[in-house]
Design a protein around this ligand. Structure first.
Ligand code: KG4
Ligand code: ZN
Length: 358
């Protein structure tokens, strides 16, 4: 089954051709990073106009690179949400019109579920139950997945997403956009133990994340130590490198620590770390340590599959199409689409886990 995947939820226009949900024949990503850079973040109106200009050439390039024609496509999978409304609508309308014109089925895919499926191409088969940490610019969640397609949020951020914290701290230090790769780069030469940041305590005791206090602590440290944002081309000083490394270490400690705690509690058979921040090497090595200590394998996507792409959307779409899911022509973008279809309380979660083990 050949699926054309389409992704346009934020600032990447992407199309991919995927065979049987596992084999990437092509994956084309047109990034708008350079266009948004002068603004220090994504400008929604500019993003949607850019998607409109790029969607058709990107799809055609994906077909060409895969050496297939429109008539060879069996189904279309498109990101339905969450994301920016104008951006999402471009992909959704295009996918809908194309599926109608080709007379093939199409499905809407949750972008976060797409990130979960980004690991299927380069790793062994995911064994369930799985525990997936999805860390991107817009989301930071841990999902318990008792079986394919069933999701329970077991930890979430109370404020900023991890990637958002990277982006905001980078902006504060004048390191440019996107912040994650910029911070990771200078953190390599910094001392992660130099600045001691306390881990946030969530008052109701839930295993949730919080990164806005850390961001404020970085700002305070910068102010107290007279650290000014770098101007273009200026090299970071040692104190800036130390601050970046300490900030990164604190984020990683929080993410990996919670993952370890819930791994002990929920005993998954597979760990997944995906989303834009998953290509951070410090996070990967901390998650690998969790995997080693717990004996549960951890899967990451490679770099091009960890940031937004359409291959992961096609893979998630394949799963749903296989289950007989079909979207109607009334399907539309869903800005706040959630990924949680297993709403029971934790006590039930455990019995469900036991049930799935039988
Ligand atoms: O998944 P993604 O491409 O888009 C969203 O769905 O949000 O993630 C982008 C986010 C940005 O916040 C970016 O700063 C972060 O991922 N990121 C990183 C790294 N590469 C990208 N964060 C930390 N370390 C990295 N190497
Ligand atoms: Zn994403």
């Amino acid at each position: 089954m050949l699926i054309l995947g389409i992704e346009s939820s934020c600032d990447e226009t992407a199309a991919a051709i995927v065979r049987n949900g596992r084999e990437i024949l092509s994956s084309v990503i047109s990034s708008q990073i350079e266009i948004h850079k002068p603004f220090g973040g994504v400008v929604p109106e500019i993003a949607s106009r850019e998607h409109l200009a790029k969607i058709e050439p990107v799809v055609h390039e994906a077909l060409k690179a895969a050496n297939v024609l429109f008539k060879d496509i069996d189904a279309v999978a498109v990101t339905q949400g969450p994301g920016l409304i104008g951006s999402l609508l471009v992909g959704v309308c295009y996918a809908k019109a194309l599926a109608f014109g080709l007379d093939v089925p199409f499905v809407g895919v949750n972008h976060i579920e797409g990130h979960v499926y980004s690991v299927v191409f380069e790793n062994p088969e995911v064994e369930y139950p799985a525990l997936a940490l999805i860390v991107s610019g817009g989301h930071t969640n841990l999902f318990y997945i008792p079986e394919a397609g069933v999701y329970k949020v077991v930890s979430r951020t109370r404020d900023d997403a991890a990637g958002e914290a990277f982006d905001k701290v980078a902006k504060m230090l004048g390191l440019g956009y996107p912040g994650g790769p910029a911070i990771e780069k200078i953190a390599l030469e910094g001392d992660p133990a130099k600045v001691k940041f306390t881990q946030p305590k969530i008052s109701d005791g839930r295993p949730d994340f919080s990164f806005s206090g850390l961001k404020t602590a970085v700002a305070r440290y910068a102010r107290e130590n007279d650290i000014k944002p770098l101007s273009a081309g200026e090299a970071p000083t040692q104190i800036v490198k130390d601050l970046a490394a300490s900030f990164q270490a604190s984020v990683v400690k929080s993410l990996a620590g919670t993952m370890e705690k819930l791994t002990k509690e929920l005993e998954p058979k597979t760990l997944i770390v995906a989303g834009g921040v998953a290509c951070n090497k410090a996070l990967q090595s901390a998650a690998s340590e969790v995997s080693k200590r717990s004996g549960v394998p951890v899967y990451f996507p490679s770099k091009l599959l960890s940031t937004d792409n359409a291959a992961m959307i096609a893979a998630a779409g394949h799963f749903h199409l296989d289950q007989g899911v079909r979207a109607g022509l009334d399907m539309t973008a869903d800005v706040t689409m959630r990924l949680q279809n297993f709403e029971n309380e934790d006590a039930d979660l455990k019995s469900r886990r036991v049930k799935y083990r039988l």
